[in-house]
Design a protein around this ligand. Structure first.
Ligand code: AOF
Ligand code: ZN
Length: 345
């Protein structure tokens, strides 16, 4: 592996740490290298806080070394005054002579302008190191800015014989397919996304609260589909634990979002785009999951394949146009991750 890739790999690891807190900012990773030694590291602080480059620069004990060091960063340094001043200006000010960048920022206010500032000031700039990996690391941010919709993660658990749920369910008595660790992992996943979506049947069958109670982290904004506006305040999804929006035909309260159902998937995506919700995890049921699959609007599916045998039930959603990328064993369950065939190019 080239030296560039080696340090970019480390920057990618750092980017992962900040993920859940930085949203809706991309969690960027940065590494500062002086003569083959890492002298500084950083990742994006919680939303509104300092950027990765600033944290990395501030972590360097001997600031005099900066003018002989190389900065590695997963995303192009910013050029604009947002909640924080431009990172590109700070790099210039600190006289860092060389910057290695993973991918260009798709955000219109930056998009190449950060690189230009660096070059205009005589800084050597290398771009596109582990570019695909860096774009994947910022997949929510890239999808949001380039596709003008949130990054969509589908999540479900299925029985060993391929069912997502039994046919007859006692209302308010959810049937657990996945194990305790899988549920905890699901709560971690919820904490990493900005919104969570379910359909009406899931609310009726499981009465879910859709929070992150088994994992320390922020609750996502809750979204649910209820065309005829029949779900009342006794359901947990409407409690005070997190903001909740209902997609419906009939407006009864302030948080009801009236949409034309002919184009439901696109309408939901448009709403999320307007609200700056950069990612959504969809946790069922079958109909809701399948509508996104059929519309071709999804990015990733995380499927728990469990050891429970149901013999009959509601068939699991059918994915199309995907690659299976990884599978991990969690106790007797297995989680398979599928990515849709697509790229940011
Ligand atoms: C960087 N390093 O670590 C991140 C960047 O409102 P602000 O000031 O926080 O700026 C947000 C924008 O900055 C965001 O939309 C993206 O373009 C860029 N994010 N840039 O140089 C970082 N998180
Ligand atoms: Zn910045």
């Amino acid at each position: 592996m080239s030296v560039y890739k080696q340090y970019m790999q480390r920057a990618l690891q750092l980017a992962k740490i900040g993920l859940a807190n930085a949203l809706p900012n991309p969690s960027v990773g940065a590494v500062i290298v002086y003569k083959d030694t890492i002298i500084g590291e950083g990742y994006t602080s919680a939303f509104g806080g300092s950027h990765a480059e600033v944290n990395a620069i501030n972590s360097v004990k001997n600031q005099a070394l900066l003018n002989e060091s190389t900065l590695y960063v997963t995303l192009e340094p910013c050029s604009h005054f947002g909640k924080t001043p431009p990172c590109a200006n700070l790099i210039v000010e600190k006289k860092i002579p060389k910057v290695v960048i993973g991918c260009v920022d798709p955000f219109a206010k930056v998009a190449g302008k950060g690189i230009q500032i660096l070059k205009d000031n005589g800084i050597e700039v290398i771009t596109g190191v582990l570019e695909k990996e860096c774009q994947q690391s910022h997949k929510r941010f890239f999808t949001f800015h380039l596709k003008k919709r949130p990054y969509i993660i589908l999540k479900w658990a299925q029985s060993a014989d391929g069912f997502i749920a039994p046919i007859e369910k006692d209302k308010h008595e959810p049937v657990w397919l996945s194990n305790a660790y899988s549920r905890q992992l699901t709560h971690k996943w919820r904490s990493e996304e900005m919104a969570i979506l379910v359909g009406k049947q899931t609310v009726l069958d499981d009465n879910p609260s859709l929070t992150t109670r088994s994992w320390e982290g922020k609750n996502p904004v809750r979204l649910f589909i209820d065309a005829n506006n029949g779900i009342d305040n006794s359901f947990q999804i409407l409690n005070e634990e997190a903001p909740t929006y209902r997609f419906t035909k009939i407006k009864k309260s302030e948080k009801d979002v009236v949409i034309p159902f002919k184009n439901m998937v696109q309408e939901i995506c448009d709403f999320c785009f307007e609200q700056n919700l950069q990612s959504v995890i969809i946790e069922g049921g079958r109909q809701t999951l399948q509508s996104f699959i059929d519309a071709g609007i999804w990015d990733e599916a995380r499927v728990f394949k469990t050891s429970v045998i149901l013999n009959k039930g509601i068939f699991a959603p059918k994915l199309m146009d995907f690659q299976k990328t990884t599978s991990v064993l969690i106790e007797e369950d297995c989680v398979w991750v599928y990515k849709k065939n697509q790229s940011f190019h």
